[in-house]
Design a protein around this ligand. Sequence first.
Ligand SMILES: [Zn+2]
Length: 303
Amino acid sequence: MNGEERARAAAFAYLADLVEVEAEGVLPRAALTRGAPLDGDRVQLIGAQGIFKPRQLRAPISITTAPPARGREPPYPDVVTADRLEYRYRDVGGQPAPSHWQNEGLRVAMRERLPLVYFYGVEAGWYLAHWPVYVIADDPAHRIFTVALEAGATSVPSDVIAAEAGKAYIVRPTRMRLHQTAFRIRVLRAYQSRCAMCRLHHAELLDAAHILADRDERSTTAASNGLALCKLHHAAFDRHIIGVRPDLVVQVRADILAEVDGPMLRHGLQALDGVRLDIPRRRMDRPDGELLIERYEEFRKAG
Ligand SMILES: [Zn+2]
């Protein structure tokens, strides 16, 4: 192994160790900045820019997607067959700089098939990681590098989900797993792992529910498009048994309110009518008002 390969191997081993100790596979930026130990030195893994090259190496070791700054982030396609990431060229001061050394560095990585790490920002200071990834194409006309995400290890939890039939298995593409994992972490952290309706405080019984459905192309993975809900209230919300008014008050569908049944119906559902939603402290994490209006309209139509 040459120096370039040894440093990358050290970086991957370090990440694998980090994933073991960090909850949910979310890695703190400080550990990535400190870097992987190598021959009494450290190989830094992340820097101020999206494309990062450690001082010991000729080519970059990582590319990063920053966490959303204002609660919004671009939507992602709901069907991803080819698991590709389109990574934008480094610009300088908003101006194209195709020959910037960071862009040149990714071309070196592409030519020599050097493995990189992809960091996906969950929120400020926290990242999911996927490695190794490879730069497989350079598109100067659109100023985009194409990065293949299929292979490799990841800090994202297990990806195999059973399909409806129970026999076929769907392996979700890396890109979708990163998005879905980040969405869950953002939402659960924002709501401090409590159901926004009943305040149940058991992460293993909580979901990150979408306000604007995942399949909608405008749907985002920001916390403001989500509600932390327990399994029961998530299912009831998705089936329009309970709705959330734009003024954040929970409303139970009229026919459900009129029903007479045991304690689960009374306490689990009917008692929620008129309850005020418990919302995150940070403004950017709170439910998006426009999305709530849209969702409430669907609820009303369903009633
Ligand atoms: Zn609940």
